[in-house]
Design a protein around this ligand. Structure first.
Ligand SMILES: C[S@@+](CC[C@H](N)C(=O)[O-])C[C@H]1O[C@@H](n2cnc3c(N)ncnc32)[C@H](O)[C@@H]1O
Length: 475
């Protein structure tokens, strides 16, 4: 985080604003709306600024700002540069002066001269969303603002005021934090919240009082949700996964989970990293099981967050069995597995009516150790049947050996393959070639984990599509 977001109470506090044009006028109106006592310094105010000064009845000074003027102000804002496009020197001088006497300063459109920047805001009364790009792109901030505006109901502020009205009463009635949070969650997302948004606060208040009076302070029973986080791109998270993350008290996560996925969790949720990638078992599986059971039995909602889908080479089944044996309630939120995510982002299908009528997911290594030659025991003969796609998970270190086995079982050495490294992530790499060269492809391109090996005619599809397009253009 390059700067610290906070909301400042400015009611009645002195702020100095210097500048002549429309940008100064806009800042003046904003500061006045927050209740600040603004002193304006403008040598030749524009019509817009004069109008704002007049409408708001603020004091105005035509002199240049001196350090004496800064003695009793709490914030300094400079907006010269934007007024006529070339009065930068005044902004630079103001920034130096303010910093010299230890005042926080913002110069409009000059993050380099500023200690703080002013965010784009979505204003819903008591709910205010502030968006910052650290001055990198105000246009981008406005686009994000517009996107947020479109999803937040206009009456959201009313809902915040309603919650505020009953906050201490509910706190007194439900003193345990997690239960209270769940109570509010149900209230705000259910019919009571809907009634407030629809303007029927009387009904909402009556139903809220009934709900709190019915609330039983029973001992919370914890549970575990096994959640698939998808292969990397956080946009591939399901809506249910995002909700489970928001509701979790504890999140136990693997190495393959992209860190941005954790941003969906509440800030106060405890995050426990348990590592777990090939050759890097931060916590052995029995200890992970014991941890999940202990946290759930302590009454917490535990999210066990796994890369891809929990039930595809994710040991979800083992964890579910252990939880069931310990009589801990468990539910599962499926995720997009690496095979489907990587194929889609690499631009080829896994089945195709012309090339592959089935797809098989295999693991390059197995639970009970490896076969003598270092790879998992698989039915090579049936894998070598044509017209199928083979997706190898955890096969990077044994890609060459897998190819030899398949060729030995009769699959053509010229079968096309694709290796997808960091699939669906911003740094995804796709390397294509033939089955007989797969070991060399891994070595020569320095492919690293996590990577998926896809074997079959389908991997040619995107290339064929592009070739056909190029041919059409050339003709
Ligand atoms: C322990 S398995 C977990 C699979 C996961 N449960 C799933 O459904 O995708 C780990 C293997 O999945 C594959 N994998 C997972 N995420 C990947 C990604 N973003 N890109 C390429 N391969 C990935 C790699 O083969 C990696 O070795």
């Amino acid at each position: 985080m390059r700067s610290f977001p906070l909301f400042l109470k400015l009611q009645g506090r002195p702020v100095l604003l210097a500048g002549n044009g429309d940008a100064a006028a806009a800042k003046l109106r904003l500061l006045a709306a927050a209740g600040a006592r603004v002193r304006v310094f403008a040598e030749s105010p524009s019509a817009e600024l004069r109008a704002a000064i007049h409408d708001l009845g603020v004091s105005w000074n035509a002199a240049t700002v001196t350090s004496e003027d800064l003695r009793h102000v709490e914030l300094v804002i400079g907006a010269h540069g934007n007024s006529n496009g070339d009065d930068e020197a005044a902004d630079v001088a103001l920034s130096e002066l303010a910093r010299g006497v230890g005042r926080l300063v913002n110069i409009v459109a000059r993050p380099d001269l500023s200690d703080f920047t002013m965010p784009a805001i979505v204003d819903r009364g008591d709910i205010v969303v502030a968006i910052s790009t650290h001055g990198a792109s105000p246009v981008l901030a406005q686009r994000v603002r517009a996107a947020i505006e479109s999803v937040l109901p206009p009456a959201l502020g009313r809902l915040a005021r309603f919650a505020q009205r009953f906050r201490s009463a509910i706190q007194a009635r439900i003193d345990d934090n997690p239960s209270r949070r769940r109570f509010w969650d149900q209230v705000l997302s259910g019919p009571i919240g809907q009634a407030v948004l629809a303007g029927d606060e009387r009904r909402a208040a009556r139903d809220l009082i009934r709900a709190v009076n019915r609330h039983e302070p029973k001992a919370e029973t914890g549970h575990v949700t096994l959640v698939g986080a998808g292969p990397g791109d956080p946009e591939l998270l399901t809506l249910r996964a995002a909700r489970a993350l928001r509701e979790a008290d504890v999140i136990v996560y693997d190495k393959l989970v992209d860190p941005t996925v954790l941003d969906f969790a509440r800030r106060d949720a405890r995050r426990i990293y348990v590592g777990k990638s090939k050759g890097d078992h931060t916590l052995p599986q029995p200890e992970i099981n014991a941890l999940l059971i202990a946290e759930a039995k302590a009454g917490r909602h535990v999210v066990r967050l796994k890369g891809g889908d929990p039930f595809v080479f994710g040991r979800g089944g083992e964890e579910m069995d252990a939880l069931a044996a310990a009589q801990v309630r468990v539910d599962v939120v499926p995720g997009i597995t690496a095979a489907t995510g990587c194929a889609a982002y690499a631009g080829f299908p896994l089945t195709h009516r012309d090339h592959a009528s089935s797809v098989t997911f295999v693991s390059g290594h197995s639970r009970d150790g490896l076969a003598k030659d270092g790879i998992a025991e698989l039915d090579w003969q049936s894998l070598a049947n044509n017209r199928q796609t083979i997706v190898v998970y955890m096969g990077l270190g044994v890609a060459g050996e897998i190819a030899s086995k398949l060729i030995g079982a009769g699959l053509s050495p010229a079968t096309p393959v694709a290796i997808i490294e960091n699939g669906t992530r911003w740094d995804q790499r796709v390397v294509k070639g033939e089955l007989s060269h797969v070991g060399a492809l891994v070595r020569d391109h320095g492919i690293a984990a996590p990577s998926l090996l896809v074997i079959g005619e389908v991997t040619r599809a995107a290339e064929a599509g592009v070739r056909a397009e190029l041919k059409a253009v050339a003709e």
